[in-house]
Design a protein around this ligand. Structure first.
Ligand code: FAD
Length: 395
């Protein structure tokens, strides 16, 4: 059993670190590299500088490394996408996982020639951003219950209804949208995936303030017309594509770097502060907490490597990913909790206040790590997956 990277992979890690260091001294770098941003906010391509950075990634040949050469890729193993993503997440840069990993790969496997020709070059050039329109008010964990109505009309489809929790809807160019095209079919069989321009006049985007600050949106669609050529793959096969799109993201979705980074900052905090004249790093109760957390960060790393080891064999790491997500999101919460305990009253100030410690980082972290336990499958859904798939328990 070897958990280490190969020599070539280590060389690539160094290359990416050098690239990031060179980018960090450029103007607007503070906007691109924002490790203080939390959770969902960190991945967003929501400023001109972040958009420009995606184009720089493209020029360096870092987008679509694992794509087939036929579509402009390099046919490198998925581990290269993983390494790139980890290093970007470590420094709070936006991630290409959604466009290159998830949507791009699904288009490669199922898109028509028209959709491939239109979208793949833009994805590879880092010129396009998508919002994922899956969840609805009555369809989150049970996504196949989605009801957004798409009716056949004049060589296309008329879409009416509501989506909720669409992150990036306020900044994205295109909507990757799941809608019900056959209301009479069994629920998994009447869904199709559409590509819709976000600036369609029938689309209204309303921000939702979450406990982790504005991260997501409600989207209302009124008589949005989409021609047949913007359906992904076959009509009513959308459920298959949605599941595949989530699976294709397996090299870029489950990151460990933000957790490692946050733990490092917690240790720095303990090494830099004193309480009643005693350095925090000499207080037994605090040392104990930090040491237990350090072992848990190591455990999380091993769990993530298990996800990778399955993904590398081109299999879907369903249970491994559920265990990792459950453990790592709870650990993120515990890290923030310990930091808040250590900082005491000072830790309660939000970043808007001058007196906040480290620009309110830990207070924001305390709130937003809760959000991580909901998106991409809630804690309970991860537990159900482990119970059913791994332990064969009844649900
Ligand atoms: C910040 C944020 C960003 C998001 N971004 C997007 C996005 O870009 N696009 C998108 O489509 N969606 C997005 N989501 C939606 C996310 O995927 C859903 O919130 C999630 O799947 C849960 O669905 P729900 O909110 O409808 O809750 P529900 O499914 O209604 O769940 C409510 C509660 O019941 C529990 N529960 C549900 N079913 C079961 C069960 N079978 N057994 C035990 N407990 C259960 C859940 O764990 C939860 O505690 C985002 C969510 C958040 C918070």
């Amino acid at each position: 059993m070897n958990f280490n990277f190969t020599k070539e992979e280590e060389t690539f890690i160094d290359e990416i670190k050098d690239f990031i260091n060179a980018e960090k001294v450029k103007p607007h770098a503070d906007d691109v590299f924002a490790p203080n941003r939390e959770a969902d906010a960190q991945t967003k391509i929501d400023s001109p500088a972040r958009r420009e950075f995606m184009k720089t990634l493209s020029k360096k040949g870092y987008l679509g490394m694992s794509w087939p050469k036929k579509y402009g890729g390099q046919e490198k193993p998925g581990i290269y996408d993983y390494i790139l993503n980890e290093e970007l997440c470590r420094v709070g840069a936006p991630s290409p996982g959604k466009s290159v990993g998830s949507i791009g790969q699904t288009i490669i496997h199922h898109g028509s020639k028209k959709i491939k020709d239109e979208f793949l070059p833009k994805i590879l050039a880092g010129e396009i951003d998508f919002a994922l329109g899956y969840s609805e008010p009555g369809a989150g964990s049970d996504l196949a219950s989605l009801k957004l109505k798409a009716e056949k009309k004049n060589g296309g489809w008329l879409i009416n209804g509501q989506k909720i929790w669409t992150s990036s809807a306020h900044v994205a160019d295109w909507y990757w949208l799941a809608a019900r095209t056959d209301p009479d079919a069994p629920k998994h069989q009447g869904i199709s995936v559409f590509l819709v321009k976000m600036d369609d006049p029938g689309i209204e985007v309303h921000p939702i303030e979450t406990v982790g600050e504005h991260a997501t949106n409600s989207v209302f669609l009124t008589d949005v017309y989409v021609s047949d050529e913007y359906i992904v793959g076959e009509v009513n096969k959308g459920w298959i594509y949605i599941c595949e799109a989530l699976n294709y993201e397996r090299f870029t979705f489950y990151t460990i770097a933000p957790l490692e980074q946050k733990f490092k900052e917690l240790v720095d905090l303990v090494n830099s502060l004193s309480r009643d004249g005693i350095p925090l790093n000499k207080i037994p109760e605090i040392r104990k907490k930090i040491i237990y957390l350090s072992t848990d960060v190591e455990k999380a790393k091993v769990l993530q490597r298990k996800v990778l080891s399955v993904a590398i064999q081109d299999q879907v790491p369903q249970t491994e990913a559920a265990i990792f997500k459950l453990f790592s999101t709870k650990l993120h919460q515990r890290l923030a909790n310990v930091a808040m305990d250590i900082l005491g009253r000072e830790g309660l100030f939000r970043k808007e206040y001058d007196k906040s410690h480290a620009n309110g980082k830990w207070e924001w972290s305390y709130r937003s790590t809760l959000v991580d336990t909901i998106g991409a499958g809630t804690t309970e859904i991860q537990k159900n997956t482990i119970a059913k798939k791994s332990l064969k328990l009844p649900l």
